[in-house]
Design a protein around this ligand. Structure first.
Ligand SMILES: [Zn+2]
Length: 435
């Protein structure tokens, strides 16, 4: 589809650009990004008036759990969890066991639709459904595809239900990586966390990752329990265990890193792995504040399953950073958010993803934003954190295809989908309660 987004303001925070101009899209890519309106003369197939709007690269969520999309409003466990392992055992490890392939796909679809409506154009998912492992990544990918989302998926390998299921998870990652042909979906090798993965399963998942040249996506030191377990069972802290067993290399993606000590942070930085920082989830689980200021430049933002709203996550990132250090500015959060595009760009072989450069994939959002104060390239981060929210997202394009126009998802009937979810969610909750 060829399109011209005419009359807006082009805002590319990574390039320090904020200028009135038109943007043309052809064959899924940005074909022109021109100050003024010279691009209008190219007679595109579709002209979209974006006057009064900012045209920005779409947001990227670097760590999500779409399988939790039907958990909103779910009754809490009768026996209130007081520690992170209790939260996992009584809530999330019950929810994931209650999922079948149908609810896996439905969760992915509704989560992806809501993320797109919030301006998210790429997301990196981490999936678990221990009672329905085989083909589950196809169910997730089908939901994402139906919503038009660019995405990376993986299965969360874990021995928490025994080693055979750990190995079944490894096989699901391997199967998906080998068979997936979807243009906008890629696979990674997923792994839960050191404390639920024994040596044989770790060895197996590392072999699949390295043999297929596919990075690993794993939780690391989210809670102290991960560090305690690693020291007790392997005599070393978690990041060192992963690195020594070949599971922490350039391009791998670790989530959280809250309890990494100095030596582990140095090891993570030296490895060239990405880090997904999830401030809202960390607060929700009471696991602590991750020392992200000491993790280098390769720190991106994720929601860890809370939702797909990266405006909210970026604001939380900023506020937590301010609480920890009063000298942090809004650009710290917007730069972390932008790093998510580097994560997705590396996985898709698209280094210009997340910019408005000519030739970059046309993954864009159009934001309705009438500010009472001046907006320029220097203060855009301040406007992003204090002025913009997901409610400003009017239109969203992924790989040159409109998925949201005028605040409505174009590919999915949102009302009908919500109605289906309202039927399925209580059934899922009931299954959970009976486990
Ligand atoms: Zn997570």
């Amino acid at each position: 589809m060829n399109a011209l987004l005419a009359g807006g303001v082009l805002a590319d925070p990574r390039r320090g650009i904020l200028v009135p101009g038109d943007l043309a899209v052809a064959a899924g890519r940005i074909s022109q990004a021109t100050p003024g309106n010279q691009a209008a003369s190219r007679a595109p197939a579709e002209r979209v008036d974006v006057s009064g709007c900012l045209v920005m690269p779409g947001n990227v969520c670097a760590h999500h759990h779409l399988y939790s999309a039907l958990a909103r409003g779910m009754p809490g466990p009768a026996d209130l969890p007081r520690t992170f392992p209790e939260i996992l055992e009584r809530v999330w490890w019950r929810l994931d066991r209650a999922l079948d392939l149908e609810t896996v796909k439905l969760s992915a679809l509704v989560g992806a639709v809501e993320a797109a409506r919030a301006g998210t154009t790429s997301l990196v998912d981490h999936h678990a459904s221990p009672e329905a492992i085989d083909s589950s990544l196809d169910a997730v990918a089908d939901g994402l595809d139906e919503a038009g989302m660019r995405a990376v998926v993986c299965y969360e390998v874990s021995d928490r239900h025994g080693e055979p299921r750990g190995l079944a998870g490894v096989q699901e990652n391997a199967r998906f990586i080998k068979t997936n042909r979807r243009a906008l979906v890629r696979g990674m090798v997923g792994a839960h966390a050191s404390f639920t993965i024994g040596r044989p399963t770790m060895e197996s998942l590392v072999a699949v990752a390295r043999d297929s040249a596919t990075p690993i996506h794993i939780h690391l030191a989210e809670d102290e329990c991960d560090e305690r377990d690693s020291q007790e069972r392997y005599g070393q802290r978690t990041a060192h265990r992963l690195a020594d067993e070949g599971a922490l290399e350039e391009g791998d993606l670790i989530a959280h890193g809250v309890h990494l000590d100095d030596s582990e942070r140095a090891r993570v930085r030296a490895s060239g792995a990405w880090v997904a920082h999830n401030p809202r989830s960390n607060m929700n689980n009471g696991v602590g504040y991750a020392p992200v200021q000491d993790m280098g430049e390769r720190v991106a933002l994720g929601t860890d399953g809370i939702d797909g709203d990266m405006f909210a996550e970026a604001r939380a990132c900023y506020l937590k950073a301010r609480e920890a250090s009063g000298t942090t500015g809004p650009a710290f959060a917007t730069e972390r958010l932008a790093t998510g595009a580097d994560v997705a760009g590396a996985l898709f072989g698209e280094p210009a993803l997340g910019t408005l450069e000519v030739g970059a994939p046309a993954d864009l959002m159009v934001l309705e934003y009438s500010s009472p104060t001046p907006v320029d390239a220097d203060n855009l981060a301040g406007h992003f954190i204090f002025g913009l929210t997901a409610a400003a997202v009017r239109d969203v394009m992924v790989a040159g295809r409109w998925v949201v126009r005028d605040h409505k998802h174009l590919l999915v009937d949102e009302e009908e989908l919500a109605a289906r979810c309202r039927v399925s969610a209580p059934v899922l909750w009931e299954r959970m309660a009976n486990l």
